[in-house]
Design a binder for this molecule. Structure first.
Ligand code: NAG
Ligand code: NAG
Ligand code: NAG
Ligand code: NAG
Length: 473
């Protein structure tokens, strides 16, 4: 997430060749970079739309975005805490009114999320007021925890009084490893806060998941920040219920990082609790193809992901983290008029989430990404009906040609050899994040000959496009 310097945002940034896109599997093709695999014979459980959450993105006025936008994309995870709202909503360290106004923003977003059955992560650091570069008091300053304890009590009271415990994750702090930004003191003071807060939260809400550290860097045995954090939570008996971190440094690889975390947890002797990537994607990656690259990995690892959000001011609290547009859409709204205006539409990337949710039903099947780690695919089928096979693929900001190998065709009742007709859709990205894109481009059908119970065909995405392929009866 972007951070603010005195309310003004800064820093940390924030022709169709369709006909040739998919051709007969045995046609001559050049420069195939690598192959991704779909194995129809290996089911992987029911789709849960693991990638359909986002950071902020919900207007503070309930009902401002029509409900179909939430339900069509399978929205299921939210995370907010009033960040970037102006005075008098700057957070705890600015006074009681500023605390209450920030909390009320989070409460409104919580109510919206719960009305769609989504879980909600409360961004405690933002309610404190730590969403900027302004130097502020931090928990535990001068060795005193009194002010922080008062804050925790105030938050607990608000959660209880507003009947907010259901579906809530308690996040102790955001990006504590981003020194001088969200956490402005040393790591020792952060760890002391963690150890101090953890038993209090547990005692207040025994069933509420405590999540952390929600770091900007990714865990591994060579991450020096985690070399302190992981041994501390173990010896302190304060292991988070969900581990969280962000995939937003640009170039982070979800698969590598999840595997590295598994190894780090083993190395430090910690339980393999679930992981939530509660910010994913830098702004340039928020395009259809790269979004598929992310969601395929979240699905493969059964890991929930929430989209990163790079907007400023009231725009942070709008557009589903850059999936929607409206007539006066802007990335940095500071007026009530752009804050509350309506007339929403979905952009080209929104169509990915919609297809992922509405069309890819039944059972997930095993997929393996291309070994170059640049191209990935997610696939589903309903029972053993060949006409329900659907695949969604995309590359990570890279143009090129990749093969898709589909194995286990007999699992959907197809003979060992023959011809399969595939219907393809292109998810394009006209006019960027505020582009009005009602639907993907229907690219028609193509017959593909296959043999040996497997099919190979290829796709040539560019830096933004994603593709869906459906077997046609
Ligand atoms: C990617 O392909 C789409 C669809 O053909 C096209 O509209 C878009 O301009 C291309 N983008 C780039 C960066 O080449
Ligand atoms: C955990 O750390 C906190 C802060 O340093 C400390 O007060 C607490 O006693 C520790 N708890 C355990 C079980 O070690
Ligand atoms: C994800 O869940 C499915 C269904 O339970 C399971 O088959 C698969 O092995 C899991 N994947 C991983 C990486 O744990
Ligand atoms: C996805 O499913 C919806 C709802 O059944 C349908 O209206 C739409 O045409 C499908 N989209 C594609 C691209 O197949």
């Amino acid at each position: 997430m972007k951070f603010l310097s005195n309310w003004a945002a800064l820093l940390l940034a924030s022709a169709c060749s369709c006909n040739a896109v998919v051709v007969h599997g045995q046609a001559k093709r050049q420069d195939v970079l690598a192959t991704a695999t779909v194995n129809l014979a290996v089911p992987q459980g029911t789709p849960a739309h693991r990638a359909s959450g986002f950071l902020y993105g919900i207007p503070d006025t309930q009902g401002q975005v029509p409900s179909s936008f939430y339900t069509d994309m399978g929205f299921n995870y939210a995370r907010a805490g009033g960040s970037q709202l102006p005075s008098p909503a700057l957070g705890w360290v600015y006074g009681t009114t500023d605390f209450q106004n920030r909390f009320d923003s989070a409460l409104s977003n919580y109510k919206t999320a719960r009305s769609y059955g989504a879980r909600f992560q409360l961004l405690i650091a933002d309610i404190w007021g730590a969403d900027g570069t302004a130097q502020i008091t931090m928990p535990g300053d001068d060795g005193s925890w009194t002010y922080y304890d008062e804050f925790l009590e105030a938050v607990f009271t608000q959660i209880t009084d507003n009947d907010m415990t259901e579906g809530l994750d308690f996040e102790i702090w955001n990006e504590p490893d981003l020194t001088d930004v969200f956490w402005q003191r040393d790591q020792a003071q952060y760890l002391e806060m963690w150890g101090h807060a953890f038993p209090k939260i547990r005692a207040a809400f025994p069933d509420m998941p405590i999540i952390g550290p929600c770091s900007s860097s990714q865990p591994s045995t060579s991450n020096t920040w985690y070399a302190e954090y992981y041994p501390f939570v173990k010896s302190n008996d304060s292991v988070p219920d969900y581990y969280c971190w962000h995939e937003e440094a640009g170039g982070d690889d979800v698969t590598t990082d999840i595997e590295n975390n598994i190894a780090a947890l083993e190395y430090y002797g910690l339980p393999q609790n679930p992981v939530i990537i509660n910010e994913y994607g830098v702004p340039s990656e928020q395009v259809p193809g790269t979004t598929v690259w992310y969601l395929a990995q979240f699905e493969r690892y059964n890991t929930s992901g929430l989209r990163g959000n790079w907007a400023s001011g009231y725009s942070l609290h709008d557009y589903f983290a850059n999936l929607l547009g409206k007539p006066d859409a802007t990335e940095d709204c500071t007026t009530t008029s752009c804050e509350t205006s309506t007339g929403y539409w979905g952009n080209g990337e929104y169509n990915i989430y919609k297809y992922y949710n509405l069309n890819m039903t039944g059972t997930r099947v095993q997929t393996i990404r291309s070994p170059d780690a640049l191209f990935d695919i997610y696939a589903t089928r309903e029972g053993t009906d060949a006409s329900t096979v659907k695949m969604l693929c995309g590359s990570r900001l890279t143009s090129g040609t990749w093969d898709i190998l589909v194995t286990g065709l007999d699992a959907v009742g197809l003979p060992a050899e023959g011809t399969i007709t595939i219907h393809s859709y292109q998810f394009n990205w006209p006019n960027g994040e505020f582009g009005d894109v009602p639907a993907p481009v229907d690219q028609g059908t193509y017959p593909h000959a296959y043999s040996n119970n497997e099919l190979v065909f290829y796709v040539s995405p560019n830096t933004t496009t994603g593709y869906a392929f459906e077997f046609v009866p």
